[in-house]
Structures are given as structure tokens and as C-alpha cells.
Design a protein around this ligand. Structure first.
Ligand code: G
Ligand code: G
Ligand code: MN
Ligand code: NA
Length: 250
């Protein structure tokens, strides 16, 4: 459990930083926002992926503290941009179920001077598996602050279409696993097309993730997708590069 001990000190030691991945709107072909993605620069082990340490942070409850740091940092950074672009932040299910989450979001925006309407909170389907009444109230309270709620990694979890009816999602982010073989696999293409249509008909914004090729972009554009993210548009980048990218892609 060495990693756990080290994770405890990582916040205090300022070993985390955020990268920002651009979000492209397909109606204007403009970069309209960024998703904040955490990175851990361990003093000896080097860069550790969130896929490795987030599960441990969730088990130990440290995700609440780390997540609050992510919220504050992302809001502070976004408030410094010259454009009022979207800032998207991932929330772990453990964070969503923690009692202080609404206040954490409110105070992160207030401290940064960020209009909460610029904030998108990404949650995964697994959030909805337990305590659904409580979760529903939390999501409503977050929306009441002005933030929007996105369903992240759509299609990978125990997806139930009833969640889309029951919870007030503003956006569906279609998981990148459906995009990888879009050109070769008729099933993936059918699923992506159908989910875009479903999202649109429910009044949600649709984002396709993991767009890496011009062919994939053309495909999802033709299907009426609203927004895309992926290496073709931009990899997760340091804060210093964000302003320049927005100025170039306006
Ligand atoms: O950035 P990368 O592809 O390595 O992210 C791997 C996983 O970690 C993704 O599922 C992503 O959503 C998640 N992740 C990245 N940053 C954060 C964060 O700040 N909080 C939470 N809870 N998850 C994050
Ligand atoms: O679970 P979530 O969607 O938040 O995860 C985002 C992660 O996906 C980021 O860590 C990012 O590094 C990764 N990612 C973003 N765009 C692409 C892409 O085009 N291709 C691949 N392979 N990974 C991507
Ligand atoms: Mn995400
Ligand atoms: Na995702």
C-alpha cells in the first residue's frame, strides 16, 4: 500500500497537474471548450495514469479531496481564458455520492469567479446504479447552480435507457470504443448513428469521443453529431497551450 501513502501526500506536495483536451463544435468548427484531465507526476515513478490511481483514490476516499482540487484548479484556469469557453470536469461516482459535492462545485466556481454555466460535470453510468433518489437530488442541485451534466463513456457501462429518461442529462458523450472501428464495423457505425439520433431526440447535446481520423470526423458529422473530441482535434495539453489554440481555431 505504498502507493496509497504516497497518494495521501500528493495533494499537499502539489504532484498533480491538469491537462486540457479541446472540444470542437461541428456547426462552427470552433474549439468551444476543454475537458480537464488529471495527471500525477510521481517524484520517483514518473507520470502515473489516472486509470491507475483513480480507483485507489476511490477505495480510500481520497478522491473527494483530489476531486476538490481538480474542480478548483480547472475553474481557476478556465476563468483566466479570454473566451467564455466550456470547462468539463470528470466526477467520480464516489465524489457524486459524497455529502459535500454540491458545496464543492459552488465554492470552486465562486472562488474562481467562474460562471457555473460554463462548467460541465461528467459522470459515468455507474453513478446511477446505487442510491438513485439521492443521486437524482444531487444532480438536480448541481444543475440548479447552473452547471450542466454530461453522461460520459456512454455505451460502456450497464447502460440503461431509462437513466436517460430519468436523469436530467444535458449531454451524451459516446465512448471512443465505438469510434475506433467506425469505418470497418457496420455495427459500431449503426450504434453511433443511433445514439446520436437518440440524444438529439431527447434534446441532449451529443459528443463523440476518440476521433482520430478525418474519415471518422466526416462520418459522425454526416450523422448529425454536435461536438467531437479526440487526437485529431487535439491531445490533452498543458494549460499554457489552451489560449493559443482557442485564438487559432476561432
Ligand atoms: O486522461 P486519460 O485518458 O488517461 O484518463 C483515463 C481515465 O481517467 C478516464 O476515464 C478519465 O475520465 C479519468 N480521469 C481523468 N481525469 C480525471 C479526474 O480529474 N477525475 C476523475 N474522477 N477521473 C478522471
Ligand atoms: O473517460 P474519459 O472519456 O473522461 O477519458 C478521456 C480519456 O480519453 C483521456 O485520458 C484521453 O487521454 C483519452 N483520449 C482522448 N481522445 C482520445 C483519442 O482520440 N484516442 C485515444 N486512444 N484516447 C483518447
Ligand atoms: Mn470524460
Ligand atoms: Na468518456
Amino acid at each position: 500500500r505504498m502507493l496509497e501513502v504516497e497518494l495521501r501526500t500528493a495533494v499537499a506536495m502539489r504532484q498533480f497537474h491538469l491537462l486540457y483536451q479541446p472540444l470542437l463544435a461541428l456547426d462552427s468548427d470552433a474549439v468551444i471548450g476543454f475537458e480537464a484531465l488529471i495527471r500525477w507526476s510521481h517524484p520517483e515513478r514518473g507520470l502515473i495514469s489516472p486509470a491507475e490511481f483513480i480507483p485507489l483514490a476511490e477505495e480510500t476516499g481520497l478522491i473527494v479531496q483530489i476531486g476538490e482540487w481538480v474542480l478548483r484548479e480547472a475553474c481557476r484556469e478556465a476563468a483566466s481564458w479570454q473566451q467564455p469557453a466550456i470547462i468539463a470536469v470528470n466526477l467520480s461516482p464516489v465524489q457524486v455520492r459524497s455529502p459535500g459535492i454540491v458545496e464543492a462545485v459552488r465554492s470552486a466556481c465562486a472562488a474562481a469567479g467562474l460562471d457555473p454555466r460554463r462548467l460541465e460535470l461528467e459522470i459515468t453510468e455507474s453513478v446511477l446504479l446505487t442510491d438513485t433518489d439521492e443521486t437524482f437530488r444531487t444532480l438536480q442541485a448541481l444543475k440548479a447552480l447552473g452547471a450542466r451534466i454530461s453522461m460520459d463513456d456512454f455505451g460502456t457501462g450497464y447502460s440503461s435507457l431509462s437513466y436517460l429518461r430519468r436523469f436530467p442529462f444535458d449531454k451524451i458523450k459516446i465512448d471512443r470504443s465505438f469510434v475506433t472501428d467506425l469505418a470497418e464495423d457496420a455495427e459500431s457505425a449503426a450504434i453511433v448513428g443511433a445514439v446520436i439520433g437518440l440524444g438529439k431526440s431527447l434534446g441532449m447535446v451529443t459528443t463523440v469521443e476518440g476521433v482520430e481520423t478525418a474519415g471518422q470526423l466526416a462520418h459522425v458529422r454526416a450523422r448529425g453529431c454536435d461536438q467531437v473530441q479526440g487526437y485529431l482535434i487535439g491531445r490533452p495539453m498543458p494549460a499554457e497551450q489552451v489560449q493559443r489554440l482557442m485564438d487559432d481555431k476561432e
